[in-house]
Design a protein around this ligand. Structure first.
Ligand code: FES
Length: 83
């Protein structure tokens, strides 16, 4: 779904960047989301907050997380060390 009509930025793009550890400000600079009319700002911020919470919860369970092709990949710390 397109979140930012002005810059044609989708929720998936925002989520991918957020899950890879970027802050809202960094995503704004990278994608240009919420830099014109600003109508998408709250929605984009909500997506970033939700993704950061999701990643934090998985890490709290001891899982390594990584965004690959739009999918959140999870692995145990032991598996990640072997790779
Ligand atoms: S809809 Fe995103 S800046 Fe206008």
């Amino acid at each position: 779904m397109i979140v930012c009509l002005c810059q044609r930025v989708s929720d998936r793009e925002i989520a991918r960047h957020a899950r890879n550890g970027m802050s809202f400000d960094e995503i704004q600079l990278e994608l240009g989301v919420a830099t014109q009319c600003g109508c998408c700002g709250q929605c984009a911020q909500d997506i970033v907050t939700q993704c950061h919470a999701e990643v934090a919860a998985l890490r709290q369970e001891g899982l390594q997380v990584q965004e690959v092709d739009g999918q959140l990949q999870r692995s145990s710390a032991a598996t990640a060390l072997r790779a």
